[in-house]
Design a protein around this ligand. Structure first.
Ligand SMILES: Cc1cc2nc3c(=O)[nH]c(=O)nc-3n(C[C@H](O)[C@H](O)[C@H](O)COP(=O)(O)OP(=O)(O)OC[C@H]3O[C@@H](n4cnc5c(N)ncnc54)[C@H](O)[C@@H]3O)c2cc1C
Length: 383
Protein backbone atom coordinates (compact mmCIF):
# COMPACT_ATOMS: atom_id res chain seq x y z
CA UNK A 1 0.00 0.00 0.00
CA UNK A 2 1.24 3.46 -0.88
CA UNK A 3 -0.79 6.48 0.18
CA UNK A 4 1.69 9.05 -1.17
CA UNK A 5 0.77 11.44 -3.97
CA UNK A 6 2.96 11.58 -7.06
CA UNK A 7 5.04 14.77 -7.48
CA UNK A 8 2.59 15.84 -10.23
CA UNK A 9 -0.41 15.32 -7.95
CA UNK A 10 1.33 17.20 -5.16
CA UNK A 11 1.92 20.15 -7.48
CA UNK A 12 -1.69 19.98 -8.67
CA UNK A 13 -2.99 20.17 -5.09
CA UNK A 14 -0.79 23.14 -4.23
CA UNK A 15 -1.65 24.99 -7.47
CA UNK A 16 -5.41 24.48 -7.19
CA UNK A 17 -5.45 25.27 -3.47
CA UNK A 18 -3.71 28.60 -4.13
CA UNK A 19 -6.09 29.33 -7.02
CA UNK A 20 -9.14 28.51 -4.88
CA UNK A 21 -7.95 30.71 -2.04
CA UNK A 22 -7.03 33.67 -4.26
CA UNK A 23 -9.63 33.59 -7.04
CA UNK A 24 -12.64 31.58 -5.83
CA UNK A 25 -13.11 32.15 -2.10
CA UNK A 26 -13.25 35.98 -2.30
CA UNK A 27 -15.98 35.86 -4.99
CA UNK A 28 -17.99 32.85 -3.82
CA UNK A 29 -20.49 34.80 -1.67
CA UNK A 30 -21.06 37.17 -4.61
CA UNK A 31 -22.09 34.30 -6.91
CA UNK A 32 -24.37 33.06 -4.14
CA UNK A 33 -26.08 36.49 -4.05
CA UNK A 34 -26.35 37.16 -7.79
CA UNK A 35 -27.05 33.60 -9.00
CA UNK A 36 -24.70 34.36 -11.87
CA UNK A 37 -22.53 31.74 -13.49
CA UNK A 38 -18.97 33.15 -13.76
CA UNK A 39 -17.89 32.37 -17.32
CA UNK A 40 -14.51 34.07 -16.71
CA UNK A 41 -13.75 31.61 -13.90
CA UNK A 42 -15.04 28.71 -15.98
CA UNK A 43 -12.39 29.62 -18.56
CA UNK A 44 -9.77 29.85 -15.81
CA UNK A 45 -10.71 26.31 -14.72
CA UNK A 46 -10.25 25.28 -18.34
CA UNK A 47 -6.86 27.01 -18.59
CA UNK A 48 -5.72 25.17 -15.46
CA UNK A 49 -6.65 21.86 -17.13
CA UNK A 50 -9.43 21.10 -14.63
CA UNK A 51 -12.11 20.63 -17.29
CA UNK A 52 -10.21 18.19 -19.47
CA UNK A 53 -9.41 15.40 -17.02
CA UNK A 54 -11.58 12.84 -18.82
CA UNK A 55 -11.38 14.27 -22.36
CA UNK A 56 -9.25 12.50 -25.00
CA UNK A 57 -5.92 14.24 -25.67
CA UNK A 58 -6.81 14.48 -29.38
CA UNK A 59 -9.73 16.77 -28.40
CA UNK A 60 -7.89 19.10 -26.05
CA UNK A 61 -8.08 17.00 -22.89
CA UNK A 62 -5.59 15.38 -20.56
CA UNK A 63 -6.87 11.81 -20.19
CA UNK A 64 -5.72 12.19 -16.61
CA UNK A 65 -6.19 9.75 -13.76
CA UNK A 66 -9.29 9.77 -11.55
CA UNK A 67 -7.31 10.40 -8.35
CA UNK A 68 -5.98 13.68 -9.79
CA UNK A 69 -9.50 14.73 -10.75
CA UNK A 70 -10.65 14.01 -7.20
CA UNK A 71 -7.79 15.97 -5.66
CA UNK A 72 -8.50 19.00 -7.84
CA UNK A 73 -12.23 18.86 -7.07
CA UNK A 74 -11.60 18.74 -3.35
CA UNK A 75 -9.38 21.83 -3.60
CA UNK A 76 -11.81 23.82 -5.77
CA UNK A 77 -14.59 23.11 -3.23
CA UNK A 78 -12.47 24.78 -0.55
CA UNK A 79 -12.90 28.04 -2.45
CA UNK A 80 -16.36 27.59 -3.97
CA UNK A 81 -18.49 24.48 -3.90
CA UNK A 82 -20.79 25.28 -6.82
CA UNK A 83 -17.95 25.38 -9.37
CA UNK A 84 -17.18 21.73 -8.71
CA UNK A 85 -20.35 21.08 -10.73
CA UNK A 86 -18.52 22.37 -13.80
CA UNK A 87 -15.64 19.95 -13.24
CA UNK A 88 -18.10 17.06 -12.86
CA UNK A 89 -20.06 17.95 -16.00
CA UNK A 90 -16.93 18.48 -18.10
CA UNK A 91 -15.64 15.12 -16.86
CA UNK A 92 -18.85 13.33 -17.82
CA UNK A 93 -18.95 15.05 -21.21
CA UNK A 94 -15.33 14.01 -21.85
CA UNK A 95 -16.06 10.47 -20.77
CA UNK A 96 -19.39 9.96 -22.57
CA UNK A 97 -18.70 11.92 -25.77
CA UNK A 98 -15.13 10.61 -25.90
CA UNK A 99 -16.44 7.03 -25.87
CA UNK A 100 -19.65 7.35 -27.89
CA UNK A 101 -19.90 10.52 -30.02
CA UNK A 102 -19.35 10.82 -33.77
CA UNK A 103 -16.05 12.48 -34.83
CA UNK A 104 -18.07 15.54 -35.90
CA UNK A 105 -19.68 15.96 -32.47
CA UNK A 106 -16.40 15.32 -30.65
CA UNK A 107 -14.58 17.96 -32.72
CA UNK A 108 -17.38 20.52 -32.28
CA UNK A 109 -17.97 20.10 -28.53
CA UNK A 110 -15.05 18.56 -26.67
CA UNK A 111 -12.28 21.18 -27.21
CA UNK A 112 -14.39 24.22 -26.17
CA UNK A 113 -15.75 22.32 -23.15
CA UNK A 114 -12.23 21.43 -22.01
CA UNK A 115 -11.28 25.12 -22.42
CA UNK A 116 -14.30 26.30 -20.40
CA UNK A 117 -15.86 28.15 -23.33
CA UNK A 118 -18.90 25.85 -23.36
CA UNK A 119 -20.77 23.80 -20.78
CA UNK A 120 -22.56 20.54 -21.57
CA UNK A 121 -25.32 19.71 -19.11
CA UNK A 122 -26.55 16.23 -18.33
CA UNK A 123 -30.32 15.85 -18.79
CA UNK A 124 -31.62 12.62 -17.30
CA UNK A 125 -34.13 13.47 -14.53
CA UNK A 126 -37.74 14.15 -15.46
CA UNK A 127 -40.58 15.80 -13.53
CA UNK A 128 -42.22 12.38 -13.10
CA UNK A 129 -39.30 10.99 -11.08
CA UNK A 130 -35.54 10.87 -10.78
CA UNK A 131 -34.76 7.89 -8.56
CA UNK A 132 -36.40 5.47 -10.97
CA UNK A 133 -34.10 6.81 -13.66
CA UNK A 134 -34.90 4.16 -16.28
CA UNK A 135 -38.59 5.14 -16.35
CA UNK A 136 -38.24 7.98 -18.85
CA UNK A 137 -41.17 9.58 -20.66
CA UNK A 138 -39.08 11.82 -22.96
CA UNK A 139 -39.23 10.33 -26.48
CA UNK A 140 -36.91 10.40 -29.49
CA UNK A 141 -38.74 9.39 -32.67
CA UNK A 142 -36.82 8.66 -35.84
CA UNK A 143 -37.65 10.83 -38.85
CA UNK A 144 -35.36 10.02 -41.80
CA UNK A 145 -31.80 10.91 -40.82
CA UNK A 146 -33.00 12.86 -37.76
CA UNK A 147 -34.58 12.20 -34.38
CA UNK A 148 -37.43 14.30 -33.06
CA UNK A 149 -37.22 14.78 -29.28
CA UNK A 150 -40.22 15.64 -27.14
CA UNK A 151 -40.34 15.78 -23.36
CA UNK A 152 -39.24 17.60 -20.24
CA UNK A 153 -36.12 17.36 -18.10
CA UNK A 154 -36.07 18.77 -14.60
CA UNK A 155 -33.42 19.83 -12.11
CA UNK A 156 -30.63 20.08 -14.68
CA UNK A 157 -27.46 21.64 -13.26
CA UNK A 158 -26.33 24.61 -15.36
CA UNK A 159 -29.35 24.08 -17.60
CA UNK A 160 -29.78 27.86 -17.51
CA UNK A 161 -26.51 28.56 -19.33
CA UNK A 162 -25.27 25.33 -20.95
CA UNK A 163 -24.87 25.40 -24.74
CA UNK A 164 -25.69 21.68 -25.09
CA UNK A 165 -27.00 18.74 -23.09
CA UNK A 166 -26.40 15.02 -23.07
CA UNK A 167 -30.04 13.96 -23.11
CA UNK A 168 -31.56 10.56 -22.44
CA UNK A 169 -34.79 9.65 -24.20
CA UNK A 170 -36.86 6.59 -24.99
CA UNK A 171 -36.26 5.71 -28.64
CA UNK A 172 -37.95 2.35 -29.02
CA UNK A 173 -40.42 -0.04 -27.51
CA UNK A 174 -37.90 -2.00 -25.43
CA UNK A 175 -38.77 -1.75 -21.72
CA UNK A 176 -36.96 0.37 -19.15
CA UNK A 177 -33.19 0.85 -19.59
CA UNK A 178 -32.97 -1.13 -22.84
CA UNK A 179 -35.19 1.40 -24.65
CA UNK A 180 -33.10 4.46 -23.74
CA UNK A 181 -30.78 6.26 -26.16
CA UNK A 182 -28.44 9.20 -25.44
CA UNK A 183 -28.09 12.29 -27.66
CA UNK A 184 -26.03 15.44 -27.72
CA UNK A 185 -28.62 18.20 -28.10
CA UNK A 186 -27.53 21.80 -28.82
CA UNK A 187 -29.70 23.93 -26.56
CA UNK A 188 -30.11 26.70 -29.16
CA UNK A 189 -32.13 24.24 -31.30
CA UNK A 190 -35.67 25.25 -32.23
CA UNK A 191 -38.18 23.92 -29.71
CA UNK A 192 -35.94 24.12 -26.59
CA UNK A 193 -37.12 26.31 -23.72
CA UNK A 194 -35.52 26.81 -20.32
CA UNK A 195 -36.93 27.80 -16.96
CA UNK A 196 -34.65 28.54 -14.00
CA UNK A 197 -35.22 26.81 -10.65
CA UNK A 198 -34.84 28.78 -7.41
CA UNK A 199 -32.56 26.51 -5.41
CA UNK A 200 -31.53 26.49 -1.76
CA UNK A 201 -27.83 26.50 -2.65
CA UNK A 202 -25.15 26.32 -5.37
CA UNK A 203 -26.54 29.55 -6.80
CA UNK A 204 -23.43 30.03 -8.93
CA UNK A 205 -24.38 27.03 -11.06
CA UNK A 206 -28.17 27.37 -11.37
CA UNK A 207 -30.42 24.47 -12.32
CA UNK A 208 -33.21 24.53 -14.87
CA UNK A 209 -36.21 22.77 -16.28
CA UNK A 210 -35.60 22.09 -19.98
CA UNK A 211 -38.53 21.53 -22.32
CA UNK A 212 -38.09 19.87 -25.72
CA UNK A 213 -40.95 20.42 -28.15
CA UNK A 214 -40.30 18.41 -31.33
CA UNK A 215 -36.59 19.26 -31.28
CA UNK A 216 -34.79 17.84 -34.33
CA UNK A 217 -31.28 16.45 -33.93
CA UNK A 218 -29.32 14.74 -36.70
CA UNK A 219 -28.46 11.06 -36.50
CA UNK A 220 -24.79 12.07 -36.02
CA UNK A 221 -25.75 13.46 -32.58
CA UNK A 222 -26.80 10.07 -31.23
CA UNK A 223 -24.29 8.91 -28.59
CA UNK A 224 -23.68 5.22 -29.11
CA UNK A 225 -26.14 2.66 -30.34
CA UNK A 226 -29.90 2.90 -29.92
CA UNK A 227 -30.86 1.42 -26.56
CA UNK A 228 -27.31 1.76 -25.14
CA UNK A 229 -27.74 5.24 -23.63
CA UNK A 230 -28.48 4.24 -20.08
CA UNK A 231 -25.55 1.87 -19.77
CA UNK A 232 -23.06 4.42 -21.11
CA UNK A 233 -23.98 7.05 -18.52
CA UNK A 234 -24.14 4.63 -15.63
CA UNK A 235 -20.51 3.75 -16.22
CA UNK A 236 -19.54 7.39 -15.72
CA UNK A 237 -21.79 7.69 -12.69
CA UNK A 238 -19.70 5.28 -10.62
CA UNK A 239 -16.61 7.48 -10.51
CA UNK A 240 -18.60 10.71 -10.61
CA UNK A 241 -20.27 9.78 -7.32
CA UNK A 242 -16.84 9.83 -5.72
CA UNK A 243 -16.04 13.20 -7.30
CA UNK A 244 -19.26 14.56 -5.77
CA UNK A 245 -18.29 13.11 -2.40
CA UNK A 246 -14.88 14.79 -2.60
CA UNK A 247 -16.47 18.13 -3.43
CA UNK A 248 -18.55 17.83 -0.25
CA UNK A 249 -15.46 16.74 1.65
CA UNK A 250 -13.47 19.77 0.44
CA UNK A 251 -16.14 22.20 1.68
CA UNK A 252 -16.26 20.39 5.03
CA UNK A 253 -12.47 20.20 5.41
CA UNK A 254 -12.14 23.93 4.75
CA UNK A 255 -14.88 24.65 7.32
CA UNK A 256 -13.12 22.45 9.85
CA UNK A 257 -9.74 24.17 9.35
CA UNK A 258 -11.30 27.59 9.79
CA UNK A 259 -13.11 26.45 12.92
CA UNK A 260 -10.00 24.87 14.47
CA UNK A 261 -8.27 28.25 14.15
CA UNK A 262 -11.29 30.18 15.44
CA UNK A 263 -11.85 28.19 18.63
CA UNK A 264 -8.23 28.76 19.65
CA UNK A 265 -8.74 32.53 19.42
CA UNK A 266 -12.30 33.02 20.65
CA UNK A 267 -12.62 33.19 24.43
CA UNK A 268 -15.53 32.43 26.76
CA UNK A 269 -15.52 32.08 30.54
CA UNK A 270 -11.93 33.32 30.64
CA UNK A 271 -10.38 30.74 28.34
CA UNK A 272 -10.14 29.75 24.68
CA UNK A 273 -13.13 27.80 23.36
CA UNK A 274 -10.70 25.04 22.31
CA UNK A 275 -10.12 24.20 25.99
CA UNK A 276 -13.71 23.04 26.46
CA UNK A 277 -14.18 19.39 25.60
CA UNK A 278 -17.71 20.24 24.47
CA UNK A 279 -15.97 22.18 21.69
CA UNK A 280 -12.86 20.11 20.97
CA UNK A 281 -14.52 16.68 20.95
CA UNK A 282 -17.03 17.41 18.15
CA UNK A 283 -14.14 18.81 16.12
CA UNK A 284 -12.05 15.70 16.83
CA UNK A 285 -15.01 13.58 15.73
CA UNK A 286 -15.54 15.58 12.54
CA UNK A 287 -11.83 15.30 11.69
CA UNK A 288 -12.00 11.52 12.23
CA UNK A 289 -15.08 11.17 10.01
CA UNK A 290 -13.59 13.28 7.22
CA UNK A 291 -10.31 11.40 7.32
CA UNK A 292 -12.10 8.04 7.02
CA UNK A 293 -14.32 9.40 4.25
CA UNK A 294 -11.32 10.74 2.34
CA UNK A 295 -9.68 7.33 2.17
CA UNK A 296 -12.89 5.61 1.07
CA UNK A 297 -13.03 8.14 -1.79
CA UNK A 298 -9.43 7.84 -2.90
CA UNK A 299 -9.50 4.06 -2.72
CA UNK A 300 -12.57 4.09 -4.98
CA UNK A 301 -10.75 6.37 -7.45
CA UNK A 302 -7.66 4.17 -7.22
CA UNK A 303 -9.85 1.19 -8.20
CA UNK A 304 -11.20 3.23 -11.12
CA UNK A 305 -7.65 4.12 -12.20
CA UNK A 306 -6.75 0.43 -12.15
CA UNK A 307 -9.74 -0.47 -14.29
CA UNK A 308 -11.44 -2.29 -11.43
CA UNK A 309 -15.10 -2.29 -10.53
CA UNK A 310 -15.93 0.47 -8.01
CA UNK A 311 -19.73 0.57 -8.13
CA UNK A 312 -20.09 -0.36 -4.46
CA UNK A 313 -17.43 2.09 -3.24
CA UNK A 314 -18.84 4.90 -5.42
CA UNK A 315 -22.35 4.42 -4.00
CA UNK A 316 -20.97 4.16 -0.44
CA UNK A 317 -19.10 7.44 -0.87
CA UNK A 318 -22.10 9.16 -2.46
CA UNK A 319 -24.52 8.50 0.41
CA UNK A 320 -22.10 8.73 3.32
CA UNK A 321 -19.73 11.61 2.58
CA UNK A 322 -22.31 14.34 1.79
CA UNK A 323 -24.06 13.45 5.06
CA UNK A 324 -20.80 13.65 7.04
CA UNK A 325 -19.99 16.94 5.32
CA UNK A 326 -23.39 18.40 6.23
CA UNK A 327 -22.89 17.36 9.86
CA UNK A 328 -19.35 18.76 9.99
CA UNK A 329 -20.26 22.10 8.40
CA UNK A 330 -23.30 22.38 10.68
CA UNK A 331 -21.06 21.84 13.70
CA UNK A 332 -18.59 24.45 12.44
CA UNK A 333 -21.42 26.93 11.91
CA UNK A 334 -22.64 26.41 15.48
CA UNK A 335 -19.15 26.85 16.94
CA UNK A 336 -18.98 30.31 15.35
CA UNK A 337 -22.00 31.34 17.40
CA UNK A 338 -24.36 33.90 15.94
CA UNK A 339 -21.83 35.07 13.33
CA UNK A 340 -21.89 31.56 11.94
CA UNK A 341 -25.56 32.06 11.15
CA UNK A 342 -24.93 35.23 9.09
CA UNK A 343 -23.83 35.59 5.49
CA UNK A 344 -20.66 37.31 6.70
CA UNK A 345 -19.16 33.86 7.20
CA UNK A 346 -19.24 31.05 4.60
CA UNK A 347 -20.77 28.25 6.68
CA UNK A 348 -24.44 28.82 5.91
CA UNK A 349 -23.69 28.98 2.17
CA UNK A 350 -21.56 25.83 2.29
CA UNK A 351 -24.29 24.02 4.22
CA UNK A 352 -26.94 25.00 1.64
CA UNK A 353 -24.62 24.02 -1.21
CA UNK A 354 -23.67 20.59 0.15
CA UNK A 355 -27.24 19.55 1.06
CA UNK A 356 -28.06 19.60 -2.68
CA UNK A 357 -25.66 16.76 -3.30
CA UNK A 358 -27.45 14.61 -0.74
CA UNK A 359 -30.11 14.50 -3.49
CA UNK A 360 -28.39 15.29 -6.79
CA UNK A 361 -27.08 12.30 -8.74
CA UNK A 362 -29.11 9.92 -6.58
CA UNK A 363 -30.33 10.05 -3.00
CA UNK A 364 -28.90 8.11 -0.04
CA UNK A 365 -31.75 5.59 -0.29
CA UNK A 366 -30.99 4.84 -3.92
CA UNK A 367 -27.25 4.57 -3.15
CA UNK A 368 -27.98 2.06 -0.36
CA UNK A 369 -30.05 -0.03 -2.78
CA UNK A 370 -26.92 -0.16 -4.99
CA UNK A 371 -24.60 -1.03 -2.09
CA UNK A 372 -26.99 -3.79 -0.95
CA UNK A 373 -27.19 -5.16 -4.51
CA UNK A 374 -23.38 -5.21 -4.73
CA UNK A 375 -23.20 -7.01 -1.37
CA UNK A 376 -26.07 -9.48 -1.75
CA UNK A 377 -26.90 -9.65 -5.43
CA UNK A 378 -30.20 -9.00 -7.18
CA UNK A 379 -32.08 -10.91 -4.46
CA UNK A 380 -31.78 -7.75 -2.33
CA UNK A 381 -33.53 -5.52 -4.88
CA UNK A 382 -36.91 -4.19 -3.76
CA UNK A 383 -38.23 -4.10 -7.37
C1 LIG B 1 -28.36 19.88 -6.58
C2 LIG B 1 -28.97 18.96 -7.59
C3 LIG B 1 -28.40 18.82 -8.84
C4 LIG B 1 -29.00 17.99 -9.79
N1 LIG B 1 -28.46 17.94 -11.04
C5 LIG B 1 -29.02 17.14 -11.98
C6 LIG B 1 -28.50 17.12 -13.32
O1 LIG B 1 -27.55 17.83 -13.64
N2 LIG B 1 -29.09 16.30 -14.23
C7 LIG B 1 -30.14 15.50 -13.89
O2 LIG B 1 -30.61 14.78 -14.77
N3 LIG B 1 -30.67 15.52 -12.64
C8 LIG B 1 -30.15 16.33 -11.69
N4 LIG B 1 -30.68 16.39 -10.43
C9 LIG B 1 -31.86 15.59 -10.13
C10 LIG B 1 -31.53 14.41 -9.21
O3 LIG B 1 -30.73 13.46 -9.86
C11 LIG B 1 -32.85 13.84 -8.70
O4 LIG B 1 -33.46 14.86 -7.91
C12 LIG B 1 -32.66 12.60 -7.84
O5 LIG B 1 -32.26 11.52 -8.64
C13 LIG B 1 -33.94 12.23 -7.08
O6 LIG B 1 -35.04 12.21 -7.92
P1 LIG B 1 -36.38 13.00 -7.53
O7 LIG B 1 -36.00 14.37 -7.16
O8 LIG B 1 -37.34 12.83 -8.63
O9 LIG B 1 -36.91 12.29 -6.23
P2 LIG B 1 -37.84 10.97 -6.16
O10 LIG B 1 -37.31 9.93 -7.06
O11 LIG B 1 -39.25 11.39 -6.34
O12 LIG B 1 -37.61 10.52 -4.65
C14 LIG B 1 -38.25 11.17 -3.56
C15 LIG B 1 -37.83 10.51 -2.25
O13 LIG B 1 -38.18 9.12 -2.26
C16 LIG B 1 -37.04 8.31 -1.98
N5 LIG B 1 -37.06 7.05 -2.73
C17 LIG B 1 -37.29 6.88 -4.06
N6 LIG B 1 -37.18 5.57 -4.39
C18 LIG B 1 -36.86 4.92 -3.25
C19 LIG B 1 -36.60 3.54 -2.92
N7 LIG B 1 -36.60 2.57 -3.85
N8 LIG B 1 -36.32 3.23 -1.63
C20 LIG B 1 -36.30 4.19 -0.67
N9 LIG B 1 -36.52 5.51 -0.92
C21 LIG B 1 -36.80 5.86 -2.19
C22 LIG B 1 -35.85 9.16 -2.45
O14 LIG B 1 -34.66 8.77 -1.79
C23 LIG B 1 -36.31 10.57 -2.04
O15 LIG B 1 -36.02 10.79 -0.69
C24 LIG B 1 -30.15 17.24 -9.47
C25 LIG B 1 -30.71 17.37 -8.20
C26 LIG B 1 -30.16 18.22 -7.28
C27 LIG B 1 -30.82 18.38 -5.93
Amino acid sequence: MDFALTPEQDTLVRTVRAFARKELAPRSAGWDRTHEFPWDVCRRLGALGLLGFRTPIAYGGLEADFVSMGLATEEVARGDFSLTNVIQLAGLAGEILGASASPEVKARWLPPTARGDTVIALALTEPGGGSDAARLACRAARDGDHYVITGEKSGITLGTVAQAAILFARSGDAPRARGITAFLVPLDAAGVTRGALRDMGSHGTPRAVLTFDHVRVPDSHRLGAEGAGFYSVMRGFDYNRVIIALACLGAAAQSLEETLAYVKERHAFGRALARFEGVSFPLAEAATHLEAARWLCYRALWLADHGERHTKEGAMAKWWVPRLAVEAIHQCLLLHGHYGYTDELPFAQRLRDVVGLEIGDGTAEVMKVIVARELMGRESLPY
